[in-house]
Design a protein around this ligand. Sequence first.
Ligand code: KG4
Ligand code: ZN
Length: 346
Amino acid sequence: MIVLGIESSCDETGVGIVSLDAAGRLELLADEVASSVELHARFGGVVPEVASRAHLEAMQPTMRRAVRTAGIELSDVDAIAVTCGPGLAGALLVGVAAAKAYAAALGVPLYGVNHLAGHVVADTLQHGPLPSPCLALLVSGGHTQLLRVEDLAGKISEIGATIDDAAGEAYDKVARVLGLPYPGGPPIDKAAGRGNPTAIHFPRGLTGPRDAKYDFSFSGLKTAVARWVERRERDGEPIPTDDVAASFQEAVADVLTAKAVRAATDLGIGTMVLAGGVAANSRLAALAAQRCADAGIELRVPRPRLCTDNGAMIAALGAHVVAAGIRPSPLDFSADPALPVGTVCV
Ligand code: KG4
Ligand code: ZN
């Protein structure tokens, strides 16, 4: 069976194609992404209307490229999955409308699925099925959550989340303070590699004894970095960009991994999976590997390409949903910018 996935929740137009065999094994046939990130760079963040228009222009070419790469015809597709939330309303609508048109024209079932569950499923394309239960640390530009995943096609529950900024958002804002390009994750990751992570001690949010055990906060950290840089500028001193990046990155990776390992240990969960754009971060993966090994937890980290937004993860989630025997979505479903993580398929 061939499942096609369409992703358009933010600034990446993704079309992925997977095949699912009788034994439930997934094979990735195509993963094409067109990004509008350059159109947003000068604004320091995604401009929703610009993203929607870019999706509209990129949808058909990306679809054609994916079908060609997979070596199939569109008529070979047996089911379509599309991200219907959470994300930017206009951007989601382009993907949902396109998916409905393709599904109707091809006469195949359509599944409106959850972007966040898609991030978690991405790892199965590289490392095979996830054990049940597992703990997902989902860290992206819009979300930072700890999820208990019992069943990828349905039972996903949130056990902790950020109370303010997402981790990726903090990366993007700190990059701006340091004069680094948008999106901030990759350039900070690179600068941090040259810097000293212990040069400056930045605060670790919500790690006091009375704070919520599994929740996160990154807005204080972001402000602390901005104040530190402002003070140096006021004193006419140079900004040690690499050291600031490394020290900021250490604070993020420290808090994320400490809380995730604590949650897995408390809940008796033996496998942790990293997901979302920030999971592509080199220090996060290294520190998670070290702390999981110390705690006897198996760690799974997909390759960077599968961490950031893509259509392959949506195709993979579609395949899981089909394999679980879940009924297709009614054709009148709409995009839901605030779709809760517990709703895997609408
Ligand atoms: O999952 P994603 O592609 O889109 C959302 O659903 O938000 O995540 C994008 C976020 C951006 O904030 C970007 O700065 C961050 O992921 N990111 C990284 C790295 N690569 C991307 N953050 C830290 N280190 C990286 N190497
Ligand atoms: Zn995402």
